[in-house]
Design a protein around this ligand. Structure first.
Ligand SMILES: Nc1nc2c(ncn2[C@@H]2O[C@H](COP(=O)(O)OP(=O)(O)OP(=O)(O)O)[C@@H](O)[C@H]2O)c(=O)[nH]1
Length: 345
């Protein structure tokens, strides 16, 4: 189908847990001028961190009401239930929205989402402008999301029985398999050799020739990834992924839960406990807002693998519940009780 001028373009931003999708979108919201924007942000649990971060941009061309949060953790599995109503809501907005940005959760697969754009009721009104895969340069350089293919081949040669179906790597590969552009993040944390290693990892895992660009803290001109005009829904069947034959894709390789904590005394001590959890359990991502005793500001805490960041983002408002809630996402089988005890200690 030829893209029609009347169809609203949507950019799908995919990428593994903590790769830097929200950071990228935040910068895009702050810098795109002259377009009315809406965002669909999909994440785990009803803590709503990414939505809050994006709403706090306070930009005129994308007011808070234009940011819709889908807390089901996996937009690809609930397209009919959640995604289509969100699109309906956005298309009914006044003033009219010129461009939609969709941030999928870190475990979502972009292919089923893009396939939903083939449904007649969706296809007639919106089109996928492009699929952008955000990849975590630091995690790649540290070998946390994708195996070194040469090392793997050597291991396989030694042990023929080696069964390699790492769920983290499969999600990572499925995300970049659908990409029209790859944005390699956290380059500020990488020495030249590690940057080369991370790029090489992406290139090794990319099934097609796709441009790779770099980004530090989301600082990249949005014109590079918005307005690609590719109508990806017409090409998505050509992009092969690990999950193509699964009718019902379920994220049974991963677990997530929300943990309520009492007010904490020290952000540093909490960061140390979080880092200890990521060492002790196969935890991939922890994030949330935390109350620090005696402080009027709430603390935003983010951990991607063993790296923990925290900062006070804004004062608690008079009407909101001051509470500490963390979303924890890990590989299947993480010990929820143990993690709770370690974090609350
Ligand atoms: N140093 C550095 N940190 C970054 C960069 N991009 C993101 N981060 C940090 O990495 C953490 C995760 O970033 P997000 O933008 O929330 O990642 P995400 O992909 O939206 O995460 P999920 O939605 O949970 O999958 C945050 O603490 C960011 O501040 C970068 O380019 N450099």
């Amino acid at each position: 189908m030829t893209p029609s001028l009347s169809r609203v373009p949507c950019t799908v931003v995919t990428g593994f847990l903590g790769a830097g999708k929200t950071t990228l979108l935040r910068h895009a919201l702050e810098t795109i001028k002259g377009k009315r924007l809406a965002v669909i942000v999909n994440e785990f649990g009803d803590v709503g961190i990414d939505g809050e971060i994006l709403k706090s941009c306070g930009v005129e061309n994308c007011p808070e009401d234009n940011i819709i949060e889908l807390a089901n953790g996996c937009i690809c599995c609930t397209v009919a239930d959640d995604f289509v109503p969100a699109i309906d809501k956005i298309l009914a907005m006044e003033p009219k929205v010129d461009h939609i940005l969709i941030e999928t959760s870190g475990l979502a697969l972009p292919k089923p989402l893009v396939q939903a754009f083939q449904w007649p009721s969706v296809r007639s009104r919106v089109t996928v402008d492009g699929v952008v895969a955000v990849v975590d340069g630091l995690a790649l350089a540290e070998g946390r999301v994708a195996d070194d293919l040469e090392a793997l081949a050597a291991q396989r040669a030694e042990d023929q029985s080696l069964d390699h179906d790492d769920p983290v790597e499969e999600v990572f590969e499925d995300q970049i398999a659908c990409a029209d552009l790859v944005i390699l993040t956290k380059t500020d944390l990488l020495q030249a050799a590690d940057l080369e290693k991370a790029r090489a990892h992406v290139e090794d895992h990319l099934p097609r020739a796709v441009r790779i660009v770099h980004s530090e803290n989301g600082q990249i001109d949005p014109a590079i990834f918005i307005g690609l005009g590719l109508a990806v829904e017409d090409d998505i069947e050509n992009r092969k992924t690990h999950h193509d034959d699964e009718l019902d894709h379920e994220h049974d390789d991963f677990d997530s839960f929300v943990l309520d904590l009492p007010a904490i005394a020290s952000p540093e001590a909490l960061s140390q406990r979080i880092a200890a959890v990521t060492e002790a359990e196969k935890v991939l991502r922890i994030k949330g807002y935390v109350e620090v005793a005696g402080k009027p500001m709430r603390l935003l805490v983010q951990a991607v693998g063993p790296r923990v960041n925290h900062y006070f983002d804004r004062p608690w408002t008079a009407t909101e519940d001051r509470r500490s809630r963390l979303v924890v996402i890990g590989e299947k089988g993480i010990d929820v009780d143990r993690i709770g005890k370690m974090l609350a200690a």
